[in-house]
Design a protein around this ligand. Structure first.
Ligand code: 2M8
Length: 437
């Protein structure tokens, strides 16, 4: 297809997906499988909406931040009062978290990666809206404050996640070792009915053993009132994820830009970003594999798994040049095999690489979009261009799927998935001369 009609084809599809998933006030990730508002999905969606409906982008971000908790945490799901509790598990009756008074059906009590400051800055780049930035800035600062004050379980200034769902890469092999020491009591699933496997293919979703651990971990956190006690506290899962922390540092950099725009001081944001970057290099980088790994804070051990999350620190502009080179080498190596297809979520050479199971092999567009930004930031236009082309190619061929088969490029998971559509729109709008933001 000629370049023009090819872009038009993708753009039309993507716009239709975002319109179809707009339920008035916010956009859902996908109508059937994910019928509520998700935190980091909202950020990626806003980036794409900036190209076609900037008012909806701001509305999406504001509706998420209306549910921000008084302690600053932005919940990973804001439940829609018009959706039955039976339509998503675990729903409001499991979490029993009121959140802020504005979330009528409540929220979850865990978070997701803080991509929102970057998203707000990118929306503003596409359609300058200083008043919107002024409204959001203090809320974004509070979100960062929560992570710095309550999640520094390892004591080095990095945020720990307390549940795999907080990473957004739910069943990534990055958590396998930290989860293995926890009991996997699948009896818990007799009490709690898995809705996800009724509306998608069982072999693509996390296993029952993983799911049982997710439910047990969420119950522990809920039953301790969603309090964070740090490394010596009772929480059984405390992990420093390289992607989460890279996004945390990148949020501070975006806040520095936003601060300048709204008349606040950018310097503390830059200093925090630099400190997070340094701690990541010290704690999460493994020179032997040439990439970053998740750190189990309780066991004080790096996960051996090579996951795409370990390449995401490439988004940080001040990463040492030798590490940038190494991450690029890894991306091109047989482990990830960035070539005609975008990067998979997990090491292609690993014995347990699974091309269809969720975050244990398939290609995800949000991860590749971040890497594309990273290559551009570090002056690798050739790699950025190749990755951009392969993402658009797979979306054109298969549609706006949730994820893609890492060998055939076939679309898998749910169709009409919002962040795939949104990021396709951003890719189409971005020329290779440079990134916005
Ligand atoms: C997936 O996670 C949810 C739980 O949060 C689920 O499996 O039900 C992940 O891919 C996550 O990153 C994403 O935000 C969410 C909604 O798209 O779905």
């Amino acid at each position: 297809m000629a370049e023009m009609s090819r872009s038009t084809h993708i753009r039309r599809q993507a716009e239709a997906v975002l319109l179809g998933n707009w339920i008035g006030g916010h956009t859902v990730p996908a109508r059937t499988l994910y019928p509520h508002q998700w935190s980091w999905d909202t950020a990626f969606i806003a980036v794409g909406l900036a190209q076609v409906a900037p008012l909806r982008a701001w509305q999406d971000l504001h509706s998420l931040f209306m549910a921000q908790w008084p302690d600053g945490r932005v919940p990973h799901i804001v439940f829609d009062p018009d959706v039955s509790d039976r339509d998503y598990f675990p729903g409001p009756s499991f979490w029993r978290a009121a959140g802020s008074g504005f979330a009528r059906a409540g929220t979850t009590g865990i978070v997701q990666p803080p991509v929102h400051a970057l998203a707000a800055w990118l929306v503003h780049q596409a359609h300058p809206a200083p008043d919107e930035l002024r409204r959001l800035y203090p809320l974004l600062v509070k979100q960062q404050h929560y992570l710095a004050a309550h999640r520094n379980a390892g004591g080095a200034g990095l945020a720990s996640i307390v549940h795999p769902w907080e990473s957004g890469l739910d069943n990534s092999p990055a958590w396998d070792e930290a989860l293995a020491v926890l009991p996997a009591d699948t009896d818990i699933l007799r009490l709690h009915h898995r809705r996800d496997i009724e509306v998608s293919v069982v072999s693509h979703r996390p296993t029952d053993r993983d799911y049982a651990r997710y439910i047990a971990l969420a119950s522990v956190y809920r039953d301790q009132g969603y309090q964070d006690y740090g490394v010596r506290g009772p929480h059984p899962f405390l992990v420093e994820c390289p992607a989460f922390n890279a996004l945390n540092a990148s949020a501070e950099l975006a806040l520095a830009d936003i601060a300048k725009e709204v008349g606040a001081d950018p310097l503390p944001h830059r200093e925090r970003a630099a400190a997070i970057g340094r701690a990541m290099v010290e704690r999460l980088y493994n020179p032997e594999t040439g990439m970053f790994h998740a750190l189990d804070v309780r066991a004080e051990k790096l996960s051996p798994a090579r996951c795409v999350s370990g390449l995401i620190p490439l988004i940080l502009p001040d990463l040492p040049e030798a590490i940038v080179d190494s991450l690029a080498t890894q991306a091109l190596s047989a482990h990830f095999g960035m070539a005609s297809l975008p990067l998979p979520s997990y090491d292609r050479l690993a014995a347990d690489f699974d091309p269809v199971r969720y975050w244990r092999g398939p290609v995800w567009i949000n991860m590749n979009w971040l890497l594309w930004r990273g290559f551009t930031t570090h002056g690798r236009p050739d790699l950025a261009a190749a990755l951009r082309a392969s993402m658009l190619e797979v979306i054109e061929r298969s549609g706006c799927y949730e994820y893609f088969h890492p060998v055939s490029g076939e679309g898998i998971g749910t169709a009409q998935f919002s962040w795939t559509a949104a990021l396709a729109l951003d890719l189409l709008a971005s020329d290779l001369a440079g990134l916005k933001g």
